[in-house]
Design a protein around this ligand. Structure first.
Ligand code: UD1
Ligand code: UDP
Length: 366
């Protein structure tokens, strides 16, 4: 990659991350970006526990953030407002040529709004995703970020079409998915470094992996209760790394005891990315409401049951690797029992070089 110049200088890009999946997406992209541009990394502090943040920087060798905003948890308005105020100050100070945001979290929303108001060109990685469910905070964040962005970097053809239906076609590019870049880049390292199967005495195909963290599931007792019931009734060994939000809500709803009473259910703390890859690749099936985990199941060809009523990642369902079950225990168990492996080998998330494509597109504009 040759250095891009802006008025005779290397271009300066401010990248904004804050939540676990954004650290993973930034790992491959930041490496390519820094080869030809100056990157200033902002960590909003949305995720702050070591196992939700620091572990990823260490394991994936992500450069230390230049600015840590320490925003922490709070209501949507408070969290987004604090980020917006602090990001704006930094952008005024750093005067970057472009700002780059990832995905659909409150950190994405704040970064996008701060850049748009200061008229700084904005790149949105993972543009065009839609669940068509405005009750999800992420859906609002995505729509706003997309409508602020100058470069809309779409992981899939469906994302491009979603934008076209909203009348957005300027600056839209099909790039492939940076999460697939990361999945390819770190799979080998996960095999050599991770000891998680040995530590938990698990064998290949001997367990189901489960993750849950969506507000629509954790904050609704009946939905979270449905998932708990399904896990208990499945009779399978279930490995369940608990997002801090889920741990808190299981306790709050009085469901934690139910879950830990079942000896087949292994509740563990959130794991690092390398352990997670190894857990995913060796599971007989994955139950999840996570966007990233649905895709990784697809990348690694592990049958997935999604604990939601809809998904943004429609290709995973269309290509036969993912079933939508919602949170009704019968529907979950039926989907789990029918999670056969499809015969057709379709692949919809790019060629593993989305980071290179994105960086090239940014450079071409300077
Ligand atoms: C956020 C994103 C979601 C993304 C997810 C990835 C928004 C609106 N949601 O959801 O899109 O899929 O990250 O994991 O941006 N907590 C801790 N320690 C931490 C972080 C969180 O204890 O390090 C607890 C706090 O009680 C907090 C709760 O988890 O209130 C929720 O955290 P928050 O970042 O608001 O939302 P997530 O559910 O993590
Ligand atoms: N992940 C992880 N450890 C865990 C759970 C998830 O490393 O204990 C990784 C997972 O492999 C994926 C990403 O975190 O790459 C997904 O993040 P999350 O589910 O928090 O958010 P979403 O993708 O739904 O926004």
């Amino acid at each position: 990659m040759t250095s891009a110049r802006c008025g005779g200088k290397r271009i300066k890009v401010v990248s904004i991350v804050g939540a676990r999946p954004q650290f993973i997406k930034a790992a491959p992209l930041s490496r390519v970006l820094r080869a030809g541009a100056d990157e200033i990394l902002i960590h909003t502090g949305q995720h702050y526990d070591d196992n939700m943040s620091r572990t990823f920087f260490d394991e994936l060798e992500i450069p230390r953030p230049d600015h840590h905003l320490g925003v922490g948890s709070g209501s949507h308005g408070l969290q987004t407002g604090l980020m917006l105020e602090r990001i704006e100050k930094i952008l005024l100070d750093e005067k970057p040529d472009a700002v780059l945001v990832y995905g659909d979290t409150n950190s994405t929303l704040a970064g996008a709004m701060a850049a748009a108001k200061l008229l700084i060109p904005l790149a949105h990685v993972e543009a065009g995703l839609r669940s068509f469910n405005r009750a999800m905070p992420e859906e609002i964040n995505r729509v706003v970020a997309d409508h602020c962005a100058d470069w809309l970097l779409c992981p899939t053809q469906t994302a491009v079409e979603n934008l076209r239906r909203e009348g957005v076609d300027r600056g839209v590019h099909l790039t492939g998915d940076v999460m697939f870049d990361a999945a390819l880049r770190f799979a080998g390292l996960a095999e050599t470094r991770s000891r998680v199967l040995e530590t938990l005495s698990l064998r290949k195909d001997g367990y189901v992996l489960c993750t849950v963290h969506r507000a629509e599931n954790t904050d609704d007792r009946s939905r979270l209760g449905g998932i708990v019931q399904a896990l208990r009734r499945s009779g399978r060994t279930v490995v369940f790394p608990l997002h801090p939000r889920t741990r808190k809500m299981l306790e709050g709803w009085g469901l934690a005891e139910d879950l830990s009473a079942a000896s087949s259910i292994r509740l563990i703390d959130p794991v690092g990315y390398l352990d997670m890859i190894r857990l995913e690749r060796n599971a007989s099936a994955i139950l999840t409401d996570s966007g990233g985990v649905q895709k990784e199941a697809y990348f690694y060809r592990v049958p997935c049951v999604t604990l939601r009523n809809e998904t943004e990642w429609v290709e995973t369902v269309r290509d036969g690797w993912n079933r939508l079950a919602g949170t009704d225990p019968d529907a979950i168990l039926q989907a789990l029992d029918n999670s056969a492996v499809p015969a057709e080998a379709a692949f919809s998330f790019g060629d593993g070089r989305a980071s290179e494509t994105i960086v090239r597109l940014i450079h071409e504009n300077f």
